[in-house]
Structure formats: structure tokens, C-alpha cells
Design a protein around this ligand. Structure first.
Ligand code: SAH
Length: 209
């Protein structure tokens, strides 16, 4: 394993990332493949990097923390809003059965597809469009992950979750959000606040900025 990647994984472990499947995915899906060529040297540093179009590939800790809280397993059908570079898509795909990922910027979904081709993963479908209303066609999902800041909880996504499904989404204002974990139980919606983070804004009339 790349020495810098090894150091990054040690750092993530010390920050509380302990899910074996997430750690294995981080080892097997090199972030290097998902950052622009001129930033490859920084690929294993624990901070976000610019990927063009005013967007970033998330900080490794943030991605690992979100995936750990999704409690992913190999039967999961997952919906992701905000593909970006495709890195978190590929990490998720390494663990789950199938992932549908929606990206609004066509150039980014094209690059994400090219990045993903470099892995051997075949269980990913990237869709270009507005993901803020989810994707009814393949619903319900076991897990839904939103990679951009929402102005309010996107209830429409909760309606596309299976029973006992989990939605992770950052909700707040443009400058800071609380990362929420929402668990859908039969007649009950449970919400847990996982702490403060900063995400790029979701582009959406109803749930974004
Ligand atoms: N986790 C990603 C980074 C995602 S950045 C990675 O590892 O690379 C958030 C992404 O959400 C951006 O690419 C942005 O274009 C996209 N986005 C914002 N609003 C969206 C919407 N309504 N539907 C789909 N994608 C959206």
C-alpha cells in the first residue's frame, strides 16, 4: 500500500473510523484516481481538494464518517445525491450491492464516470440531473446519502427509504450544517445529529440554496 495512504488510514482510525468494510474500501479504492492530475501528490492528505466547477472532493474523514454512519452492507441498494469526483460513490459501491448516484453538473458526471472506469466496479449507475427530489424509479432504497448542504430535511428522500432505511444529509445554512442521520422506522422517524460540517450547497429550489 502507498505509504501516504497508510498514514491517512492510521489518521482516520485515530479519528474514530473503525468500520472494517469502510477501512477496506479506503485501502482498495485509491483517492488518487479521483483527483485532478496536478493534485495527485495531495490525494492522501486529509482535506478537501478542488475538482473544478466550484466543487470539491470531500475530505477523507468526512466521507469515511458518513459511510461509517450509513452502516453499509453488501445487500444495500443505495442512492447518492452529488457524485462529485465519484470517489465516495466508488467507496460505497465497493461495499454495497448497487448504487445510483445523481450529479447535476454534466462535466462532473462525465469525469466521475471516467474515474470509476479505472476501478473494476460494475455496480454503479451515474445519472446527470437534479437529485434533490431523489430517484423514484429505483426506490425504495436501504440507504440514501446527500453530499451537499440542504436548507431543510429533504422529506421526499425519506419517502424513498425502505423500512429501517437510513438517510444521511447535512442540514443548515450556507456556512455550516449539522450532519443528520435519519432512521425510518415503521411509524417513527428518528433523527440523530452527528455534528457540525461544511458542505458545498445543494442546488435545489425546495431543499437547497
Ligand atoms: N463526495 C463527493 C463530493 C461531492 S460535492 C466526492 O467525493 O467527490 C457535492 C456535489 O453535489 C457537487 O458535485 C455538486 O455539483 C452536486 N450537487 C449539488 N446540487 C445537486 C443536485 N440538486 N443534484 C445532484 N447533484 C448536486
Amino acid at each position: 500500500m502507498d505509504f501516504k495512504l497508510k498514514l491517512l488510514i492510521e489518521e482516520l482510525k485515530s479519528q474514530g473510523i473503525e468500520d472494517k468494510l469502510v477501512l477496506k474500501a479506503l485501502e482498495e479504492i485509491p483517492r488518487k484516481l479521483f483527483v485532478p492530475k496536478n493534485l495527485r501528490e495531495e490525494a492522501y492528505e486529509n482535506h478537501p481538494l478542488h475538482i473544478g466547477h466550484n466543487q470539491t472532493i470531500s475530505q477523507p474523514y468526512t466521507t469515511a464518517f458518513m459511510l461509517q454512519n450509513l452502516k453499509l452492507n453488501n445487500n444495500d441498494i443505495v442512492l447518492e445525491i452529488g457524485t462529485g469526483s465519484g470517489w465516495s460513490t466508488a467507496l460505497t459501491a465497493y461495499i454495497c450491492e448497487k448504487i445510483y448516484s445523481i450529479e447535476t453538473i454534466p462535466e462532473l458526471s462525465k469525469t466521475a464516470k471516467e474515474n470509476i472506469k479505472k476501478t473494476k466496479l460494475k455496480n454503479i449507475k451515474i445519472i446527470t440531473g437534479d437529485g434533490s427530489k431523489g430517484l423514484k424509479k429505483y426506490s425504495p432504497y436501504d440507504k440514501i446519502i446527500v453530499n451537499a448542504a440542504c436548507s431543510q430535511v429533504p422529506n421526499i428522500l425519506i419517502s424513498q427509504l425502505k423500512n429501517n432505511g437510513i438517510l444521511i444529509c447535512p442540514v443548515g445554512n450556507l456556512y455550516e450544517q449539522s450532519l443528520l442521520k435519519i432512521v425510518k422506522e415503521k411509524n417513527n422517524i428518528k433523527t440523530y445529529n452527528l455534528g457540525g460540517f461544511i458542505f458545498v450547497p445543494l442546488v435545489s429550489e425546495e431543499y437547497g440554496f
